[in-house]
Design a protein around this ligand. Structure first.
Ligand code: SF4
Length: 336
């Protein structure tokens, strides 16, 4: 039995408890995400059985490099997001409910989504493209069926879920890629419309709950790429999540409201990777630089290439029963 993720404050107001914005909504008012509304005291989802995007993606595209490498993940997303990132790469999907007051989506049946996923030979379902926290009901209904069919459930998220929301999702999410966009609360407030602390809390809660985590940071030159900031993120990952947590450092490219800043160079990404490695992290990957040297997985012990990749594609997976083929070292991840 799921918990009710809102609370009535008085006859006219209710508070949404799903994400860390905790929107207090008057009757008929919508939350910051644009897809949850107070209807006569109940906060309801406007995208309960609706999606706007669906595809069969390589799992590496999420990106998840340590979860069933080379498999496909049936990926779905609904409109709406609880952040307003100025560099949003999926703005037409994520931002249209809040900005245009428009929900452009079609009806689906969770059981049918799972049937399609199984028929497509996917090994997992990913809740992605926009922010899955705000399409919580569809994610939960789909995930519970997917679990019964032996599929993994994957959340690709900004991590701004509340502790109340997290208590629900931990029951059905197996793995997640969480954005740690910066280690600076000002960045979160001014550029993303969020806050840093709840994201750090989510990451720690996921680790504690046994959800497999990979972290992504999109590096924007001159904004969040200082050595100090990279060091703070690396230290947090090392101390709180473990040095064997995969970290994807991706290159920004101009989009949405940030078209005046140049694409992040490979050199900047490589320097950040070097900083992370100096802090003892085992698995750091570059993102958005096709064919880069940092796309493959090396064994932390013997340095042999255990998974060779080109872009999102696995050329060869040499991991045997979760271990390095050469020295037998345990590679962190879900490989069976
Ligand atoms: S999910 Fe977050 S943004 Fe949306 S209404 Fe609830 S608290 Fe507000």
């Amino acid at each position: 039995m799921g918990k009710i993720l809102f609370k009535k404050i008085d006859d006219n107001k209710s508070i949404c408890l799903l994400c860390s914005h905790f929107c207090v909504l008057q009757d008929n008012e919508k939350g910051k995400c644009g897809v949850r509304q107070n209807i006569s005291g109940q906060i309801v989802s406007l995208v309960k059985n609706k999606i706007a995007a669906k595809a069969l993606d390589p799992i590496e595209k999420k990106p998840l490099f340590h979860v069933l490498p080379g498999s496909f993940s049936y990926s779905i997303g609904s409109p709406g997001c609880n952040f307003t990132c100025k560099f949003c790469q999926n703005a037409s999907l994520a931002q249209s409910p809040a900005i245009l007051n428009e929900i452009d989506a079609y009806e689906v049946i969770p059981q049918n989504l799972v049937k399609e996923a199984v028929a497509s030979k996917a090994k997992s379902i990913s809740y992605t493209y926009s922010e899955p926290t705000v399409f919580f009901e569809l994610m939960k209904d789909t995930a519970l069926v997917a679990k019964e069919k032996g599929l993994l459930n994957i959340m690709v998220s900004n991590g701004f879920i509340s502790s109340q929301g997290f208590d629900e999702i931990k029951e059905f999410i197996d793995a997640a890629n969480i954005d740690l966009k910066s280690f600076n609360n000002d960045f979160y407030e001014k550029i993303c419309g969020g806050k840093l602390k709840p994201v750090l809390e989510t990451l720690k809660r996921m680790k504690k709950a046994g959800i497999f985590i990979e972290v992504t940071t999109l590096l924007i030159s001159g904004i969040n790429d200082s050595k100090e900031e990279i060091e703070k993120i690396a230290r947090f990952i090392n101390n709180e999540l473990g040095k064997d947590t995969p970290w994807h450092i991706s290159a920004f490219h101009p989009c949405f409201k940030m078209t005046d800043i140049k694409r992040t160079s490979a050199d900047t990404i490589h320097k950040a990777i070097e900083t992370g490695q100096k802090h003892g992290l085992f698995y750091i990957y570059s993102g958005n630089i096709f064919g880069d040297d940092f796309e493959s997985t090396l064994c932390p012990k013997c340095q042999n290439k255990v998974v060779e990749r080109k872009g999102f594609y696995v050329i060869e997976n040499r991991i045997k029963n979760g271990k390095c083929f050469e020295c037998g070292y345990n590679i962190n991840g879900i490989f069976e």
